[in-house]
Each structure stands twice: as C-alpha cells, then as structure tokens.
Design a protein around this ligand. Sequence first.
Ligand code: HEM
Ligand code: SF4
Length: 646
Amino acid sequence: MTATLPTRTRRSGADKPPPDWDLVYKRNYIERLKRDRPPLNVRDELPELIARGYEDIPEEDIVRLYWWALAHDKPKIGTFMVRVKVAGGLVSAEQARALGRIAREYGRDEAELTTRQGIQLHWVELAKLPSVLADIEAAGLTTNGGEGDTVRNITGCPVTGLTHDEPFDVTPVIREVAEHFYGNLEFSNLPRKHKYTISACSAQCNAPEISDVALIAVEQGGRDGFALRVGGGMTNTPRISRDIGVFIPREDTVEVLAAVTNAWQRDLRYRISRAKARIKFMMDDYGPEGMRAKIEEALGRPLEDGTAPEPKLDADHLGVHAQRQDGLVYIGVPVPSGRITGSKLETLAALAESYGGDVRLTRQQNFILGNVPVERVDDVKATLREIGFDLDRGRAFGRSLACTSHTFCNYSVAETKGKLDEMLDELTEHFGSEQIGDLAIHMDGCPHACAQHWVGEIGLQGTTTRIDGSDERVEAYDLTVGGGLGTRTAIGRRLMRRVPTGEINAVIDRLVGAWLQERNSTGNPAFTIGDFCNAHTDEELVAIANDSEVAAAVPDTSVAVRLPGPLLPLVNGEDRLDVQAATVGEALAAVAARFPEFGATVLPGGKVAESFLIAIGDDDIRGLDGLQTPVQPGVDIIIVMAMSGG
Ligand code: HEM
Ligand code: SF4
C-alpha cells in the first residue's frame, strides 16, 4: 500500500499555534450547537418533536437527530432513514429476524446493506421513531452514533472465527470495542465522524486503507495483538491510511484506541473548520512519527515498535468456502446494490436458525451465511435462489457498490443503484458473467463518496450536464479509473468529466471490451480492468472510451463551483457551474448574479452564511484568504453544508 500525500505544499497545521475553545465556538456553528444542546439528548425530546409535527422541527434538531442515525429521507415528507450499527457486520439469526420484522412493520419492507457493514431502514415515520429505536435496542443493537460526530459502526473481517487464515479470532475484541465506544459520551462530541476497523485475515478485506483508524491483527513474539494504521478517508480529499509503526497487545486495544481518538479530538486545530476535521488531516500535518508521538502523549507511555503487514491476497468471500471447523462452510451471497427486504431478512434468519448458523454483513453490501453444514449447501442455495439471491448471477454484482442516492438521499444528483444494475446487466449480456468476473464498479450519486468511487477499478460520481446545443439538463457521471484496495490499493485517477447518463453505459462497455481483448491476448486471467487502465495513458483510454482516434483535448479556462444536492433548487438543478473568475469571491458572485436566490442563501450581505463552508480541495477558504483567495482555471470551489448527514 502506498500512502497518498497531500498534493500541494502548504504550511503544516502542526506549525500553527493551537486555537482555544473561544475561537472554535466563534468559527464553528456546529461546535456551538453541540455545546449548547447536546445532540444525544434529542432522543428524550422526541415526544415533543412528534407533537410539533415534522414541518415544524427546527433544522438544528434535524441535525441533532443524526446522532441517533436518523436522517430525513428524500423527498422530505416526514419519513426517516434509520441506520443500524452492526459491529463487525456480525448478526445472530435472532437479530436478523428482529431487523426484518422492524423493516417490514415500520419501513415498507425495504432495507439496504451499507458499505460499512450496517443496515439502513427507510420510510420510518417520525411518530414511530421511539418504537423503532426501542425495538432495535431490544434486539441487542443500536443506532447511537450511527451518524454525527461519533465513533461510527466498527467494521471488521466478516469471516473472523471461521477462516483458516487469521492469527486469531477478533470477534471478542470487536465486541469489547463496540461496548466501550458506542454511546460513550466521552467519544460522542468528536470533531467529526470517526471510523474504526479491525482486520483479521491476510486479505484485510475490510478496507483498513480508507478507515480513520485501522487495527490489523498480528502475532508478535508469541503474543496476539494489532498493528495500527491511521488517517484513511474518502469524500473530496481521499487519503490512504499510514502505518504508525507500533504493536498493541490485544489486552490494550481499548486503551490505545481511546488514546488515538483523544490525541485528535483534544487538538483544537481540528475543530475550527469541519472541512478539516478528520484525523486524516492531522496525519497530513504530523506524519506517522509525529502522530505516534501524539498518541503516546495521550496514552501517557510509549508503545512497542511493530509493522502493519501488507494485504497478501484479495478476498471478497463470495461463493462457498470451507471453514476451519470441520464439516462447516460459509457462503458469500452477492446482493446487487445492497438492496434487501425485511421479509428476506426474516427468511435468512429462519434458514440460519435451522442449522444453528449466523449472518455476516460485508462492506461490499453483501451477506455471508456462516456455519452452514456441508450437507445443507444445496438446499440453502435453493432457498436463496427462491428469494432472489442467485449465487450464479455473476461476481461483478457482488463486487460492485452503489450508494443510497436518488431514492432516499437528499444530496443525490444522479441515480446509482438502478443505473448500476442496468449497466451490469448490459455488460453481462454483452460479454458473459464469466468474462467480466471480478469487475468492481463503485457508483456514487454525489462527491460524498459513500460507495467509495475513488477506490473502484471503475469509479462513477454523479453530476449533471447539458446536452450539446440544448438547454436540457441531464444526469451525468465523472469517471475515475484504476482505484483499488487490498493488494491493489490506489486512489483512482479522474479520466472523464460529465459523461451524460445516456452515454455512460457505452463508454464503460468500450473500456471493458478493450480490457477483455487485452487480457485474452496476454492469457493472464489475473489482469484486472484496473491493471489495464494503469497500463494505458489517459489519452489512450479516453480515445477507447469515446471510440475515437485521439482524445479531444478540452482546455479548461473556467473554475467550477460545485453545489450540494439540497442547493440545486436554487440554481436550476445544476450541481456544477463553470464561471470565469480570478478569486473565490468573484466566482460566487458570478453564480449569485445568475441565481439571486443562491446569493441570498449562501452569500447574504456578501458574506458566507454560517451554515455553509467554502472549500478548495480540503482547504476551508477561511484558512486561506477568504473570499479574496485567488483561483486558477480548472479549480473546483466546493460548497459544503456545515453539517450534513452520512
Ligand atoms: C443523508 C445523506 C446521506 C446518506 C443517505 C448516506 C448514506 C451512506 C451510507 C449508506 C453509508 C455506509 C454507511 C455505514 O454503514 O456506516 C455511507 C457511508 C459514507 N458516507 Fe454517507 N450518506 C449521506 C451523507 C453523507 C455525507 C454528507 C457525507 C460526507 C460529508 C457522506 C460520506 C460518507 C462516506 C465517506 C462514507 C463511508 C465510506 C466508508 O468509509 O466506508 N455521506 N453513507
Ligand atoms: S454519495 Fe452522495 S448521493 Fe450517494 S448516498 Fe452519499 S451523500 Fe447521498
């Protein structure tokens, strides 16, 4: 794994004197909100909010509801998304049944498996939230900290305890860490969200590379413990986590994790702007050695030296695999785009119960049935097929990801789940499922990157465009290629911008066709589409994608102002406006001149409203020269809601 370093040289945050709380509160409206009205208390205020009715819930309380993993669905008509934390993705049959029933009774029988091994329900009415939260807790699960500035769902190797290939079973550690951090008030007012992951097997399939804090199981000197990587993340500024160079004995896990998180949450530099409030920026500032020193300072003692092992192979756990327990197997089942229903969860619960097994959720939005007796494999597969999960449908359906997007997400500017299914169906029909095999397309409806398009072999990020010569605005996708995790860890490179939705399937089809041709001619079945993209220049790939002799070079003379989904009604639905400008202020003024409502909302009186941040890359302009910050052609100016869900 190679670390991705910040692209621009700038003064390190570590060199600047730390701010005090007064400055934090002055600059950061969400920090003031958290101080004045602790978000977790909103649970007790639910009866009052219900009595008021959805329309009259103040925006501040909508923000506080995130801490209980409640976000309004799209359209905003009073129904909610409820994200359930499932530590390590490990669900007992009984819990699967309970979640299934809750989805069926309160959530119109819909559910989705998430990219961080959780389950999301939708359509839950405001008045039903207290019952739903209580039912989830009665099943031994929680939503506490599923969103908001908290320790989010702890992810982990979904086959830990079953596989031959791990130093030790990390299940008890995952449980202990969840027990300590979920709902713990000391870790519920962090600078921003914070994601832990715990790897066990040598494939490290749970994405330690893009987690804020990753523990990787190792054995050192005959003792079980963990190596530590810190600082991965997605969104507009993707980063690969870096090895801190320590060994943590297993029994010290909680204590050291607390020290890592405290080192970050107590450094007020990372509370001034939410655009810079992730631990990856602290890692940029201090580097692995400096970060280690900070962690040791928070811990009050030095840590032992150690090294994080690199992933040795890639695993998605799809299909039938022998367990380390004789006579048992686990079965990895592809779930296209992670869409499931409550009724199906109930069937899976009954199935797992019939042989004493369990259900494990994977970060690829799939599930694994664990502890299946070998002699039951055929009838388990038959039941799966009956409820629409066909193991033979094709691995690409299991390896590809799509974010929540249009159906429920207010930030979405382009469709993902339905579009991904359509694209994979067409590719399967054209090339056959065996041929496209391990293809992994990651599709996001906006730059937030919930489905991690940066690390897909093919990454698609939703945007909009105009069809040449017309005023018609259509959905479109920015295309990145060559991303990956595991043995192929890399942030993908941006190849094409704004490919209209009507053309994107053909573009992908041509790239896949050229990849397969090259793979077949080399005779190397391990040659992935990512390898293919990395073996060709951008110009060659764009020419293939466009089916043209040479890629047309389009000089960029403008700067782009990118807007989040909720602002689109103010700007005629365009998520990206290209303007001619020399400073951020001029660019925003140009947009405001075209769309006065935008000006009144984002720039009232010529100043940026408190509920928005303006960033260039990962830099909040308040840390640069504010609205006077100069911009070059080709730069993206990003408007961020000061507090957004997810
Ligand atoms: C209401 C709007 C949103 C919805 C419906 C949504 C949906 C999701 C879902 C389903 C996941 C997997 C979550 C899990 O199991 O923990 C996720 C993860 C994620 N979300 Fe969102 N999200 C929303 C807003 C946001 C926003 C505003 C951001 C960024 C500021 C964001 C960034 C991310 C990232 C980076 C991940 C994680 C990928 C990973 O670490 O594995 N999301 N989101
Ligand atoms: S990537 Fe954007 S559109 Fe997709 S779920 Fe996340 S916030 Fe919504």
